[in-house]
Design a protein around this ligand. Sequence first.
Ligand SMILES: Cc1cc2nc3c(=O)[nH]c(=O)nc-3n(C[C@H](O)[C@H](O)[C@H](O)COP(=O)(O)OP(=O)(O)OC[C@H]3O[C@@H](n4cnc5c(N)ncnc54)[C@H](O)[C@@H]3O)c2cc1C
Length: 277
Amino acid sequence: MIAFDFEYYKPTSIIEAVNVFQQLHLQGKEPIYYAGGTEIITWARRNDISMKAVIDIKAIPECNVLQFQNNTLVIGAVITLTHLAEANVFPLLSRAAGGAADHTARNKITVGGNISGRIIYREAVLPFLLANSQVVIAGPKGIKYVSIHHVFNKTLQVEKGEFLVQIITDQSYIGLPYVVMRKTKIQKVEYPLTTIAAIKRMGRIRTAFSGVCSFPFRSPEMEEDLNDRSVPLEVRVNRAISHVPAPLLNNVEGSAEYRKFVLTNTLTDTLEKLGEE
Ligand SMILES: Cc1cc2nc3c(=O)[nH]c(=O)nc-3n(C[C@H](O)[C@H](O)[C@H](O)COP(=O)(O)OP(=O)(O)OC[C@H]3O[C@@H](n4cnc5c(N)ncnc54)[C@H](O)[C@@H]3O)c2cc1C
């Protein structure tokens, strides 16, 4: 049960959404954008959030796009993880996002909500970090196109009133060799101990991680180590792990020590699968 009342708005255009946000903000209603609602409803039930209004962005046409345009793949922010898996237009993304939650939850969870959420895992962002995707952000100052690396630093960094509309990926990334490895403690439907998504482009491996530390990331230092073919695979993997950008997670899914063990093995398997043994 949600123990407080809130207003619900469902704009049908970007400009309407931004305007509604601003009006509600001025009225002190602390509005938030609402996509799949899976995280918002969980917080609301726990009284971890106290918004007086939500703005559902699911009726905005630009947020519902899933198509190839001018050698790019355009994915609207409210496309669900189930839709992505079934359409399978970007197999790496289908695999990376398809591991999160269970089928029922994935019917609701949106790609934009996953990337924007509070949860530390946010596995759907990994393919976009690997593919240097662009994101479309709408807000009071208009619409901007920026690199995912510009706005995603541990979390999605948007200004008040801004929201993620689309993610645009160069089509040349879609068919590259890829590996996604998701390791959990016991069952498949659990938060990951480690999820690694990797691609090989022009002979170089790119890797992105979730579940390793308290945010998803891609690390240039780790990729330098992993691509240094002058040393054996084991050394490359150990050096890369020494460059994880924050302390390894230590939680109910697994201790930091156990995570390091799983990460070492999973990273080795990933490189072997991409032909780097
Ligand atoms: C049982 C269960 C297990 C799960 N396991 C995993 C897992 O293992 N790995 C994983 O990665 N995820 C997992 N998730 C998903 C995760 O916890 C969130 O529930 C989900 O990512 C939120 O997506 P949503 O579309 O429902 O977002 P919402 O709940 O609608 O929104 C979440 C947050 O993002 C903001 N937001 C939403 N869309 C946008 C946008 N377009 N622009 C800007 N801000 C936006 C909202 O304002 C809110 O702050 C799991 C969820 C469930 C229910």
